[in-house]
Design a protein around this ligand. Structure first.
Ligand code: ZN
Length: 172
């Protein structure tokens, strides 16, 4: 099941925050990989508990039936997204970004991915320093996950797994 076997969290560092990914979240990414070229893109939202600069991503939602899915495009239902953000906020979880899949082994963001992330960060009114974008590729290794942090200052940077994170590579 796991994208990585151990440790149970995946830690990535960016200047503003330290981000941990819960094993359940990585398992959700893995189950939703576009394992075949013909399967469709999917995605959803990322929610975290936040203690100062420590973020722990504990929930990855989606895909929902209301989403419109195509092989190379993913159009989430914005209205349902907002309802989900408000519902999980009442459980103490903060919306921290989005994830979606790509039909490539080592994913990189498309122009549209970067553009919509910029728009989202610019329009956001919450007080977090930025948002995460996760793209799930098909390769079961650190290279198979694109993780970037998009800060409110307009900068974005790719973030990498800590070297001691152990990834499974023999899972199919
Ligand atoms: Zn994309």
């Amino acid at each position: 099941m796991p994208f990585l076997s151990q440790p149970s969290v995946l830690k990535v560092g960016v200047p503003e925050v330290s981000i941990h990914f819960d094993a359940a979240v990585l398992g959700h990414f893995e189950r939703n990989r576009q394992s075949s070229f013909w399967s469709r893109e999917s995605g959803g939202q990322l929610f975290a508990t936040i203690r100062g600069p420590e973020w722990t991503v504990v929930r990855a939602t989606g895909p929902r039936v209301s989403d419109f899915r195509r092989r190379f495009r993913f159009f989430p239902s914005r209205r349902d997204e907002q309802i989900e953000i408000e519902r999980l906020f009442r459980e103490g979880l903060h919306y921290v970004g989005d994830w979606h899949t790509h039909p490539e082994s080592r994913p990189t963001p498309s122009y549209m991915d970067l553009h919509s992330m910029d728009e989202m960060v610019r329009r956001s009114v919450h007080e977090l320093p930025g948002f995460l974008m996760v793209i799930v590729g098909t390769e079961l290794s650190g290279h198979g996950l694109w993780i970037s942090f998009h800060s409110k200052s307009g900068k974005s940077e790719r973030v990498y797994l800590e070297p001691d994170a152990q990834l499974t590579s023999n899972h199919t």
